[in-house]
Structure formats: structure tokens, C-alpha cells
Design a protein. Structure first.
Length: 467
């Protein structure tokens, strides 16, 4: 009898690709995916644990699945697997905290999910599965987590996309070498490891041939792509990138731009430390690369940047942004900031507000600092009171919302190219899927197609257009 699997995928687009890879391997093993949890022999919950809110969402999803199984007699035999960042981060704690969960798998085990399921259902030899999984983080037989992830997907990796037909995410690297004091990702995902340029190009060619209109390049640190594979010593932060030493994000973009077809290439998750004039020039010259850059800056105060270990300074960031604006006409810059980081005072925050007013980001968001165990910031003193964090978040958001309205007002009368997301809803090249705003367009425009429209009005973060 065919095994049916239900999947709950939480977190970011990088986690979504892990879910797609798991589904690909399940399909290859002859298992079926079902959207109805009552019909599933196995429920997989692919979790996120980047910040407290994400951890809470993941834990609630797990307990909800456990509760539903316990209350439904027809689901007593159902198995529950917890995968993803929560499993990886708390590998030693979760088996004891959640005895109802049947298996915990880490980031290196997403390609082994089928034999693990077969083991849980009694269709495989348990010792053989353990042997293929490598050392577990604990002695618990339900724990399949290896402590230092090494896996990175390839163009040939079995994968079933969960995005609409017209756009896809492509993970070009895994892990991160930065040691930002607020971030747990390097401890969860491991060191930065790039795919080869050939692997990425082959995957994108296949996606474009299948009709995909937008390629979203993602990783924890997109701007470091290829540099870890250079024969010579790795470049230091803020140093010029010389792609004659090997492949880089610039060389990748140039080759992707040569692929035949009408499609966008979008850059997400770029770290400011490894930007270069070569990359700026490449984006400007490549007509298929969207004039949009996602570059989380986190702060502008030198005190805060140093405390966060961002390996950038306020002057460096300002200079970089000016070069980007000058070198890439029509660019839309998305960024994010953290307010309420330990030690942040009113002077630091006021500098951030002035910076926001000066550079008028087309797309931006603000997060309040989340105190995460396992990070260096967790043990810092001088934590900011929650009411102060909330007040600063509100003040920063008010500034960003006002600027967003002014930016939208400036779009009225312009003719722009959009990608139609669903009937009556589209996105400009300044709008990443599931992150940014939308454009309301005539419903008769075909979903998944490009169209040229004229902006007539705006509402909140969204634009209103006509043909």
C-alpha cells in the first residue's frame, strides 16, 4: 500500500527549498503527498527557529499535530517527524521534551527522509537506516540529527516545487561564515558552502525551459557565492572582489543573463560586506537581473554595528549605497533593521532614523531585537527594556511607512513591467514574492505572464495600475 505523507513547511524560502527536496525524495521513493492530515501515514513539520516568534510557531505546529493525532482514533498509527532548524538547533533537548514525536531529522537528513519513514513504518531495517544516517546528536534512537551540517543541493537533486509555476527559488549556497552576535544561523546551518556555478546555471536553464519567469537566488549570504571555492585565501570583509580568482556572484549573474528566454533574476539575502564595484556594474549591465537588491543592513550606528559584529561601518554602508544608486539607475533597495539591540541608546536610534530619512529605501522593514540563546548577544549586558524596543520599532515603522507612501506617489504615471501573480494581482521588479507589495491590475491579464501597465494610484504598500 502506498505511503501518504503530509507536510507543514514553516519559515523562510531557504527552508521551503528543503521541503521541496524532501518531497522530491519522497516522490522518488513512490510515496504520495496529501494536503489532508487525516489521510497521512506520516506528518512532517519542517520548522524554523531563527527568532523567538519562529520557535513559538514551530512548537505550536508540533503540539497541534500531536494533539490532533491523540484526539482522532483513525490517526493513532500516524507518525510525526520534526525536521528543519528547530530539530538542528535543539537536537540534544527535543527528544526528551517531545516524547510524542516519532523522529527528529536534521538538515543533512532531508535527502534520507524516505528510508527514515520506511523505518518508522516497519518497512526497513532500523540498524541499516541508522548506519546510513551517520552519528546522531543524542543516544535517542529517534534522533537522526548530525551536528555539523555539510549538505548543499545540486541541480540533479530530486525536488518538487511548492511555488507557483511562474517563479522559483534557487539556493546557490548553504550556511554562513559571518559571526553576527544576534544570529544563530551559522550554528544551525554550518559554514558557508557554495554550489558550483555550473550546477546553478544548469538548474536555472531547466527552470526557464519549464516556463519559470522569475528566478530568485537565495542563500544565507548570497554575495559570498563562489568565494569559498577559490584556490587562494578567502577575501576579507570589505575587500574588493576580484573574480579572476574564481567564480563569484558577478560571474554567475553574467552567465545566467545569457540564458535564452524572458525572465527576471532576483537577488535576495545579500550581505553588505562583500559588495563590489564589479557586482554593481554587472547588475546594471545585465538586462535580465531585476533592478532590486535585498541587503539587510541591521543598523547604521558604528557602536551598534561593532556590537553586532557586522564587519561594516556606517561610512562604508553610506558609501556603498551611494555607489549602488549611482551605478544602477532605477534600483529599488530593500533592507531590514534591528532596534533595541543590547546597548542601543537614543543617540544610536536617532542616527538610524536620520539614515532612513536620508536614503529613503524603496522597501524596508524593522524588527525588535530577539534574545536568542546560543548567540553571543544573549549574554550581553545592558539589554533594552521591552517597552523601549516597542516604542523605537513604532517610530521607525512610522518613518518607513511615510516614505513608502511618498515612493508610491512618485510612481503614479509611470509605465512599468509587471509579473502577474494571480488574477488581478501582479508584482514589479521592486517586489519580491511574499515579501513586498503588489500591483492591482486588470483581471483579464494572464497569470504567470509579464505585462506592461501604467500606475494610476496607490493604497498602502500597493499600487493600482491600468493597461
Amino acid at each position: 500500500m502506498q505511503t501518504t505523507v503530509g507536510l507543514i513547511s514553516l519559515g523562510c524560502a531557504k527552508n521551503l527549498i528543503d521541503s521541496e527536496v524532501m518531497i522530491g525524495h519522497l516522490a522518488q521513493a513512490g510515496m504520495a503527498l496529501t494536503p489532508d492530515p487525516e489521510l497521512a501515514d506520516v506528518i512532517i513539520i519542517n520548522t524554523c527557529s531563527f527568532i523567538e516568534m519562529a520557535k513559538t510557531e514551530s512548537v505550536n505546529a508540533i503540539f497541534e499535530a500531536v494533539k490532533d493525532r491523540a484526539e482522532n482514533e483513525d490517526r493513532q498509527r500516524q507518525k510525526i517527524i520534526v525536521a528543519g532548524c528547530l530539530s538542528q538547533r535543539f537536537a540534544t533537548e527535543l527528544p526528551g521534551i517531545m516524547p510524542e514525536v516519532d523522529a527528529f531529522i536534521g538538515l543533512d537528513q532531508i535527502t534520507k527522509v524516505a528510508p527514515i519513514i520506511e523505518n518508522l513504518l516497519g518497512k526497513n531495517n532500523a540498524s541499516e537506516v541508522q548506519k546510513t544516517e551517520g552519528p546522531a546528536a543524542t543516544e535517542d534512537p529517534r534522533d537522526f540529527v548530525t551536528l555539523k551540517p555539510q549538505y548543499v543541493p545540486d541541480f540533479s537533486t530530486p525536488r518538487v516545487r511548492l511555488t507557483p509555476d511562474h517563479f522559483a527559488y534557487v539556493k546557490i549556497a548553504e550556511g554562513c561564515n559571518h559571526t553576527c552576535t544576534f544570529c544563530i544561523i551559522p550554528k544551525i546551518r554550518g559554514k558557508h558552502r557554495s554550489r558550483t556555478q555550473e550546477s546553478v546555471v544548469r538548474e536555472v536553464k531547466d527552470l526557464v525551459a519549464a516556463g519559470v519567469k522569475e528566478i530568485n537566488l537565495i542563500s544565507q549570504d548570497t554575495t559570498y557565492f563562489g568565494m569559498d571555492l577559490w584556490d587562494e585565501s578567502r577575501p576579507k570583509p570589505n575587500s574588493p572582489v576580484d573574480s579572476t580568482k574564481g567564480n563569484s556572484l558577478a560571474t554567475l549573474l553574467r552567465e545566467l543573463n545569457e540564458i535564452e528566454g524572458d525572465f527576471w533574476i532576483r537577488l535576495l539575502y545579500t550581505h553588505p560586506a562583500h559588495w563590489s564595484d564589479e557586482l554593481i556594474e554587472t547588475i546594471a549591465q545585465c538586462d535580465k537581473v531585476a533592478k532590486y537588491v535585498d541587503i539587510p543592513l541591521q543598523h547604521i550606528s558604528d557602536r551598534m554595528l561593532d556590537a553586532m559584529k557586522r564587519v561594516t561601518t556606517g561610512d562604508y554602508i553610506r558609501d556603498l549605497l551611494r555607489r549602488m544608486r549611482k551605478g544602477i539607475p532605477g534600483i529599488g533597495i530593500r533592507t531590514t533593521f534591528i532596534v533595541g539591540f543590547p546597548g542601543e541608546n537614543e543617540e544610536d536610534f536617532e542616527e538610524l532614523l536620520q539614515f532612513i530619512e536620508e536614503f529613503r529605501f524603496e522597501r524596508a522593514g524593522v524588527f525588535t531585537y530577539s534574545k536568542e540563546e546560543g548567540t553571543r548577544a544573549y549574554k550581553m549586558g545592558d539589554h533594552v527594556h521591552h517597552s523601549t524596543k516597542k516604542s523605537r520599532w513604532k517610530r521607525a515603522m512610522q518613518a518607513l511607512q511615510r516614505i513608502a507612501g511618498e515612493v508610491n506617489q512618485e510612481q503614479i504615471g509611470k509605465t512599468v513591467k509587471v509579473l502577474v501573480e494571480e488574477p488581478g494581482v501582479a508584482r514589479t521588479e521592486w517586489d519580491a514574492p511574499e515579501i513586498d507589495g503588489s500591483v492591482h491590475v486588470p483581471e483579464e491579464i494572464e497569470v504567470g505572464s509579464f505585462a506592461t501597465v501604467t500606475i494610476k494610484d496607490w493604497r498602502g504598500y500597493d499600487l493600482v495600475a491600468a493597461r
